[in-house]
Ligand binder design. Structure first.
Ligand code: BES
Ligand code: ZN
Ligand code: ZN
Length: 498
């Protein structure tokens, strides 16, 4: 079942009806049973001993009460310990787990009693952030991708009522998270879509359809136009597929005076077989998601336009399939990128950096105030950081600090990697300006250093390698089933903080 969610702001007092659920938290108590007793009494549903015993789950400090008549159908009580294990992701993760558990319970409404912010002020930047984690969790718990299942999930109406004193802050965050999460879901859908459907042309068409209706100008350069622009790097990687490559460019320019002009670049490899340096099957399985960076950029622009952010944004997504046929680019080839720099191809599976070379050069030509790129660029970054964090590579301390902070706020976490000049020596080529392959060690960093060759050095730039956290993983309730849409929440927080 999939819920048609409506999230509403509600005042403090509770007005419960049958077919509803109630969610209540107790903080730092060692008297949960007593709290529960008192709470049920205050609701006028005194609890029997047996009921209390049956419904209490000591291990998870949770109490789920199922009633028969006239009372709310389910009451969830959860104990929160504000100890070293508590993080700002608690509510997001909790609600992302709760929402699927409500399926088949025939509920019409869920009432959430928000605990006092003052108890949590050490963990959140402000009240709004605190509320937003709950709202995001509710949305994330409702995400499904069942397009290809015969047994499709049915839809049901479900209203959430968030009970909180400050209605102004709450209403604002409900509106923001409704819009933001629709963009996260758009991005997720693109990543989860199999490559057989989501070809480069299809990715461009979907971006255009979605963004045009909210006032974003989308221009797509086809193969002939790529040739004219001498974008030989994109053409080399995309040359062995029956589905031709393209460059998707997006322009969001709000009517108000803008604070900044930012270029966002995203790797859009719709399928990465490795090319002639072919991957083993097991590694290929996830490679429909090798356009997750591009999907993040498209999602960020969708969210920014819906939220009417006062920032001009240029999006650049080189969309290709890295495949094998008679016109495959080959290890040993030299490719002259649009900037004029030559690339020695030592491994056709290091294709992301090659397509990004042309995209970053194009982005630099638009003279933005800063450039940030998103790419599922290297397995080496996943080896270094696992699936929890994306790697952050930049020479610019200000951008680094701001991005790291947004990572903390959104729990789309980043970890800054070394990016010293010394690494440049590792990608020198005998016959070209730069090699697309370094030695085995430090592979995520040399990949970043390769990209640096194609960015105008006067423009502050950061590279985010999201190969780990973009792809589904078991670390929390909202990342375990589907590819994650990583980057959209992170960047909207960053853009809002400008
Ligand atoms: N798309 C992959 C990186 C990747 C790996 C993304 C795992 C998501 C999950 C990239 O194009 C690639 O194949 N990189 C190679 C680079 C190597 C040949 C230098 C890698 O990481 O092995
Ligand atoms: Zn590859
Ligand atoms: Zn790749």
């Amino acid at each position: 079942m999939y819920f048609n969610l409506k999230i509403n702001a509600a005042k403090d007092e509770l007005n419960l009806k049958p077919d509803s659920a109630l969610v209540k938290f107790f903080i730092d108590t060692d008297k949960l049973e007593k709290n529960v007793d008192e709470f049920f009494l205050s609701l006028n549903y005194p609890l029997g001993k047996v009921q209390k015993k049956n419904f209490m789950d000591k291990k998870s400090d949770e109490f789920a009460y199922y009633s028969q008549t006239n009372e709310p159908s389910v009451i969830f009580v959860k104990k929160i310990k504000l100890d070293k294990h508590f993080s700002s992701d608690f509510f997001r993760n909790y609600f992302a787990g709760l929402v699927p558990s409500l399926k088949k319970k025939n509920l019409k409404a869920v009432h959430v009693v928000v605990p006092l912010f003052s108890e949590f002020k050490n963990y959140f930047e402000n009240e709004g952030q605190f509320l937003q984690t709950m709202l995001e969790g509710i949305h994330l718990g409702n995400y499904t991708f069942d397009h290809y299942k015969s047994d499709k999930e049915t839809t049901a109406e479900l209203s959430f009522f968030i009970h909180y004193t400050d209605q102004r802050v709450l209403k604002n965050r409900i509106e923001v998270s409704d819009k933001l999460m629709s963009a996260v879901f758009f991005s997720r859908d693109l990543v989860n879509e199999p490559a057989v459907t989501l070809t480069p042309t299809e990715l461009a068409a979907r971006a255009k359809k979605e963004l045009a209706k909210i006032g974003v100008k989308v221009t797509v350069f086809n193969k002939a136009e790529l040739k004219k622009k001498k974008m030989n790097a994109i053409l080399a990687v995309g040359g062995a597929s029956d589905n031709p490559p393209c460059l998707i460019t997006m322009h969001y320019k709000p009517n108000v005076k803008t604070k900044k002009k930012i270029a966002l670049v995203g790797k859009g490899v719709c399928y990465d077989s490795g090319g002639l340096s072919l991957k083993p099957t097991s590694s290929m399985l996830e490679m429909k998601a090798d356009m997750a960076g591009g999907a993040a950029v498209i999602g960020i622009i969708k969210a920014a336009a819906m939220l009417k952010l006062p920032i001009e944004i240029i999006g650049v997504v080189p969309a290709v399939e890295n495949m094998v046929n008679g016109s495959s680019y080959k290890p040993g080839d030299v490719v002259i990128a649009a900037s004029g720099k030559s690339i020695e191809v030592k491994d056709t599976d290091a294709e992301g950096r090659i397509v990004l070379a042309d995209a970053l050069h194009y982005a630099s030509q638009q003279k933005p105030d800063e450039i940030i790129d998103f790419a599922t660029l290297t397995g080496a970054c996943v080896v270094a950081l696992g699936e929890i964090a994306a790697g952050l590579f930049t020479q610019n301390d200000q951008i680094a600090d701001d991005l790291l902070n947004s990572g903390k706020q959104t729990f789309e976490r980043l970890w800054r990697m070394p990016f010293w000049r010394d690494y440049n020596d590792m990608i020198k080529s005998e016959i070209a300006d730069v090699s697309n392959l370094g030695p085995r060690w430090g592979g995520a960093i040399t990949a970043g250093k390769f990209l640096e060759h194609f960015v105008d050095e006067k423009i502050p730039w950061a590279h985010i390698d999201l190969a780990g956290p973009a792809i589904k993983h078991k670390l929390n309730n909202y990342t375990e089933k589907y590819d994650t849409g990583f980057g959209v929440r992170l960047m909207i927080d960053y853009l809002l903080s400008i």
